[in-house]
Design a protein around this ligand. Structure first.
Ligand SMILES: NC(=O)c1ccc[n+]([C@@H]2O[C@H](COP(=O)([O-])OP(=O)(O)OC[C@H]3O[C@@H](n4cnc5c(N)ncnc54)[C@H](OP(=O)(O)O)[C@@H]3O)[C@@H](O)[C@H]2O)c1
Length: 200
């Protein structure tokens, strides 16, 4: 699949490398594409190239970057977290539509799947912690888009956990804020993951 990742930072590059490794073709949308001459494009060219778009930008850049792009009907993963800080404590910076995922859907008309936002970027490459796979919480209103992204998670060796409609991004974005508090602020470490365990 041709995948255009908007943002070549921690998440963009970790996810892009993992997706390339399992055979997908990845290009990065960037404000300075010359920083990655081999695979960097403008944001518009990355969207034009892509069958699947991933938003891996700081929340504060989302509106400015996405508003001019042609994303109506596009398959899109939103990995952003609307992060703010209050006296050293991470807090949700209230997004316009209840969650960044819903805001991006309203802004672009894309088929948004919220995901890859509730664990540290380094886990994009899969693996296990204490024998458990890493859960990718996925929220979407689009069943077909959810299926495509769930299949990608399987390919990456991650465990897709559908959590319901896109409005549940409100919950997973809060979960990410909690992750930042526990993993970073309280120093429990970036390997920390939220793992769903069900009784059989
Ligand atoms: N880091 C994590 O472990 C993690 C995990 C889950 C979710 N997230 C979320 O994923 C998103 C990306 O996080 P990250 O850690 O990958 O961020 P990052 O390393 O800071 O990378 C952000 C990327 O966005 C670009 N960018 C920043 N401001 C921009 C602007 N105003 N206009 C255009 N491009 C801009 C940067 O480009 P330049 O190189 O040009 O500055 C960079 O490529 C965030 O919303 C974050 O909350 C992060």
């Amino acid at each position: 699949m041709k995948i255009g990742i908007l943002g070549a930072g921690n998440v963009g590059v970790a996810l892009g490398a993992a997706l390339s490794k399992v055979g997908h073709t990845v290009r990065y949308g960037m404000r300075t594409p010359s920083k990655r001459p081999e695979d960097g494009l403008t944001f518009a060219d990355a969207v034009g190239f892509a069958e699947l778009v991933v938003v891996a930008l700081p929340y504060g850049a989302v509106e400015e970057v996405l508003a001019p792009l042609e994303l109506e009907g596009a398959l899109l993963i939103d990995a952003t977290n609307p992060l703010g800080w209050n006296e050293g404590v991470p807090v949700l910076a209230p997004p316009k539509e209840g969650s960044a995922g819903e805001q991006i859907a309203a802004l672009t008309g894309a088929r948004v799947v919220k995901g890859f936002n509730t664990f540290g970027a380094e886990h994009c490459a899969g693996g296990t912690i204490e024998g458990r796979p890493i859960d990718v919480h996925l929220a979407s209103d689009d069943g077909e888009a959810l299926e495509v992204v769930s299949d990608l998670c399987d390919e990456l060796g991650l465990r897709p956990i559908p959590v319901g409609p896109l409005y549940r991004a409100r919950a997973t974005e809060q979960l990410a804020i909690l992750w930042i508090q526990l993993a970073i602020v309280e120093g429990r470490g970036r390997k920390l993951v939220f793992s769903l365990v069900e009784e059989n």
